[in-house]
Ligand binder design. Structure first.
Ligand code: FAD
Length: 603
C-alpha cells in the first residue's frame, strides 16, 4: 500500500453498483443538483443483480386481472406477517411505475402477443380472490437482472455519474453522529482514498457466502453490513436468511423459480409430485420457505432421489403438459395449455445452459437434481422509508447515512421474501435513497472530517497483510464457518445445534485474529481482500446465529424444530443486534401492522 492517501469530495457517495446503487445514483444525478460518485469493488455490470434470472414483480395485469393491493397482501403473507406494512405498500405501488420507467429507458422486456410486457407466475403471487397463481413477474428471458443492470448503468453514464471501479470500501466515516464519507482501497495499486461526502449510500448487497451451499456470487460477503455493525449500528432481523428451494445439487447455482412458473414441478425419489401434500393450492408455486422445508422433509424421510439428499426439478415438456392437464390449466381461449421444448429453450435459455454445462445433462430430456441453497438476506441495516439508516428501537435517524438493496432492511420481506420482490426493492428504495440524499445535501454541508480518517482501516489491513502465514489458514477458517452455518443455522435449527455453531464461530474468530496471508504485495492483492472479507462474514455469521438462538418460534424461513409454532404473542417483533464490548446484544422493535393483521398462512 502506498503510504499517502488521496482525498476526494462528492456530494453523494454510493458504495455498490448493483441495482440498488445504480438506481440511487441515477435518481440523485438526474436532479442535476449534486455530484455523485459510485464506488464498486468490481466492474459495475458484474454485480450480483446481473445474475437475477426470473423477473421483477409488478401488478401490471397484462395477462389477467391483478392489483397492487393483491401484491401487498401476498408480500405480507409471504413475510409471515413480519414485514412492515407501510413499507410493503410503498414497494408494491411504486413497482408499477418503476417497471414502466425501465421500459421507457430501453429495457428489453419479453412481450405478450399484443406487445405488452410479458409476465409469468412466481411463488406466492396470487389472485387474492381465486387464490390461484397470477402472472406478475415481468421478465427478459431468464436474464432480467442483467438487463436491469445494463439499462441503469447506461443511464448513469448519460447523467454523468462518476464511477470508481475496483475500489473496495473498508470503512464509513462517522463524525459527531453524522456520516462524512468513506475510506476505500484502490485494488489495482493498494492506494488508500478518502471520499468526503455529504451523504453516503450503502448498497453493497448480501452475504450468502456465510453458508456452504449458496446461489450467491463470491463477492457477496456483507461488507457494508459488517462495517456499520463495527460502528455500533444495529442489524435488523438477521436470523432470517432465505434458502431458495432449487439450487443445482452440490453447486448451489440457482435454477430460477421461473422454471416452476413456466410449469416445472418438483418430484421426489418415488416419482411423486410431493408439493401437493404440503401446499394443496399453490403446490410448486408456494413460497420459498414452505418449499425448502418440504424438500428437506422428503429427504429426511428417505424420499430423496436414490436415497440421496436431493430431489428432481422436472421441466421436461411432457411432464409439464401432463401436470397442466391434471391441474386443468387452459389457454385464454379454453384450449388445454401446451408447452414445447422450443418454448422452454426460449424462456429459460440461461438455466438450461447452466444445467448442460455444470451437470452434463439436458434438462429438456432429463430431470434436474436440486437442493435448497442459501440465497437471500431478509435482514440488514435498518432504514426508514427513505432509506435513511436508523440506529435504535425508536428509529432515530443517523443523518447523512443511507442503505438500500439487499444490505438494507426496510423491512419489506419480513421473515421470508417472495421471488421477484428483491428486484423491486432495490429499485424502489434505491430511488428513494438517491432522492432523499439530494434533499439532505440541499439542507446540510459537509461534516468535518476527523484527523486521518483512514487510519483504523489501514491498521486493520496492514495487520492482515504483514502477519506471517501460520497454521491458521484463511481458507480453512472460511470452510469451517460455512460448514457449521450450513449444519446448524440452515433451513432447520434447534438450540443445541445453534449453540454449537456460536461456540465454533467464536473459536474461529480467535483463529482469525492471528491468521496471516502469503501474498505480501500491494497491487491486486486479492488474497488480502478475501481475508478482510472473511472478517465481515464471521461477524455476520455470529450475529445471525445469536439472533436465531434467541427467537424461540418458527416464522417464515426461521424454522426452530424445538419451537415449531409461530408465536405472535411474544415474537411479532423485529430484532436489532448490536455489537458491544460484552458481545452481541439484542433489542426488539414493533412491526408496523396496518390493514392485514396476522393470520394462519395456508398455501
Ligand atoms: C442467482 C440469483 C438470482 C436471483 N434472481 C432474482 C430474481 O429473479 N428476482 C428478484 O427479485 N431477485 C432475484 N435475486 C435477488 C436479487 O438479485 C438481489 O437481492 C439484488 O440484485 C441485490 O442487489 P443489490 O444492488 O443490493 O446488490 P448487488 O447487485 O450485489 O450489488 C452490490 C454492489 O456492491 C459492491 N460492493 C460490495 N462490497 C463492496 C465494498 N466493500 N466496496 C465497494 N463496493 C462493494 C459490489 O461491487 C456490487 O457492485 C437473485 C439473486 C441471485 C443470487
Amino acid at each position: 500500500m502506498k503510504d499517502e492517501t488521496l482525498f476526494h469530495r462528492y456530494d453523494v457517495v454510493i458504495v455498490g453498483a448493483g441495482g440498488a446503487g445504480l438506481a440511487a445514483a441515477l435518481y440523485a444525478a438526474r436532479s442535476g443538483a449534486v455530484r455523485v460518485a459510485v464506488l464498486s469493488k468490481m466492474l459495475p455490470v458484474r454485480s450480483h443483480t446481473g445474475t437475477a434470472q426470473g423477473g421483477i414483480g409488478a401488478a401490471l395485469g397484462n395477462h389477467e386481472e391483478d392489483h397492487p393491493e393483491w401484491h401487498v397482501f401476498d408480500t405480507i403473507k409471504g413475510s409471515d406477517y413480519l414485514a412492515d406494512q407501510d413499507a410493503v405498500r410503498v414497494l408494491c405501488y411504486e413497482a408499477v411505475e418503476l417497471v414502466y420507467e425501465l421500459e421507457h429507458m430501453g429495457l428489453p422486456f419479453d412481450r405478450t402477443p399484443s406487445g405488452r410486457i410479458a409476465q409469468r407466475p412466481f411463488g406466492g403471487h396470487t389472485n387474492n380472490v381465486t387464490k390461484q397463481p397470477v402472472r406478475r413477474a415481468c421478465h427478459a428471458a431468464d436474464r432480467t437482472g442483467h438487463m436491469i443492470l445494463q439499462t441503469l448503468y447506461q443511464q448513469c453514464l448519460k447523467h454523468r455519474v462518476t464511477f470508481f471501479d475496483e475500489f473496495q470500501v473498508l470503512d464509513v466515516i462517522l463524525s459527531q453522529g453524522v456520516a462524512g464519507g468513506v475510506v476505500a482501497l484502490e485494488i489495482a495499486t493498494g492506494q488508500f482514498h478518502v471520499f468526503h461526502a455529504r451523504a453516503v449510500i450503502l448498497a453493497t448487497g448480501g452475504w450468502g457466502r456465510v453458508w456452504q451451499i449458496t446461489s450467491n456470487a463470491h463477492s457477496f460477503t456483507g461488507d457494508g453490513a459488517a462495517i456499520v455493525l463495527r460502528h455500533g449500528i444495529p442489524l435488523e432481523d438477521m436470523e432470517f436468511f432465505q434458502f431458495h428451494p432449487t439450487g443445482i445439487y452440490k453447486l448451489g447455482i440457482l435454477v430460477t423459480e421461473g422454471a416452476r412458473g413456466e410449469g416445472g414441478v418438483l418430484i421426489n425419489g418415488r416419482g411423486e409430485r410431493f408439493m401437493a401434500r404440503y401446499a394443496p393450492n399453490l403446490k410448486d408455486l408456494a413460497s420459498r420457505d414452505v418449499i425448502s422445508r418440504a424438500i428437506y422433509l422428503e429427504i429426511r424421510e428417505g424420499r430423496g432421489v436414490d436415497g440421496k439428499d436431493y430431489v428432481h426439478l422436472d421441466i421436461r415438456p411432457e411432464t409439464i403438459n401432463h401436470y397442466f392437464d391434471l391441474d386443468g390449466k387452459k389457454n385464454p381461449d379454453g384450449t388445454p395449455r401446451r408447452i414445447t421444448a422450443a418454448d422452454i429453450q426460449t424462456r429459460l435459455p440461461d438455466i438450461t445452459d447452466f444445467v448442460r454445462t455444470y451437470l452434463g445433462i439436458d434438462p429438456l430430456t432429463q430431470p434436474i437434481p436440486v437442493q435448497p441453497t442459501a440465497h437471500y438476506a431478509m435482514g440488514g441495516i435498518p432504514t426508514d422509508l427513505h432509506g435513511r439508516v436508523v440506529v435504535d428501537a425508536h428509529n432515530t435517524v443517523l443523518p447523512g447515512l443511507y442503505a438500500a438493496g439487499e444490505v438494507a432492511c426496510v423491512s419489506v420481506h419480513g421473515a421470508n421474501r417472495l421471488g421477484t420482490n428483491s428486484l423491486v426493492d432495490i429499485l424502489v428504495f434505491g430511488r428513494r435513497s438517491g432522492l432523499d440524499a439530494v434533499r439532505h445535501c440541499r439542507e446540510n454541508g459537509f461534516a468535518p472530517l476527523p484527523k486521518q480518517p483512514e487510519e483504523a482501516a489501514r491498521a486493520m489491513l496492514e495487520g492482515l497483510r504483514t502477519r506471517p502465514p501460520n497454521q491458521e489458514r484463511i481458507a480453512d477458517i472460511r470452510a469451517e464457518m460455512q460448514r457449521v452455518m450450513m449444519d446448524y443455522v440452515g433451513v432447520f435449527r434447534e438450540a443445541t445445534g445453534i449453540e454449537k455453531a456460536i461456540h465454533t464461530l467464536r473459536a474461529l474468530q480467535q483463529c482469525y485474529q492471528s491468521a496471516g496471508i502469503h501474498d505480501k504485495s500491494r497491487c491486486f492483492n486479492t488474497e488480502l481482500l478475501e481475508a478482510w472479507e472473511l472478517g465481515c462474514l464471521l461477524d455476520l455469521a455470529e450475529v445471525t446465529a445469536v439472533a436465531a438462538l434467541a427467537r424461540t418460534e418458527t416464522r417464515g424461513c426461521h424454522t426452530r424444530e424445538d419451537y415449531p409454532q409461530r408465536d405472535d404473542a411474544n415474537w411479532l417483533k423485529h430484532s436489532l443486534a448490536f455489537r458491544t464490548a460484552q458481545g452481541i446484544q439484542l433489542q426488539y422493535k414493533p412491526v408496523t401492522i396496518l390493514d392485514y393483521p396476522p393470520q394462519e398462512r395456508i398455501y
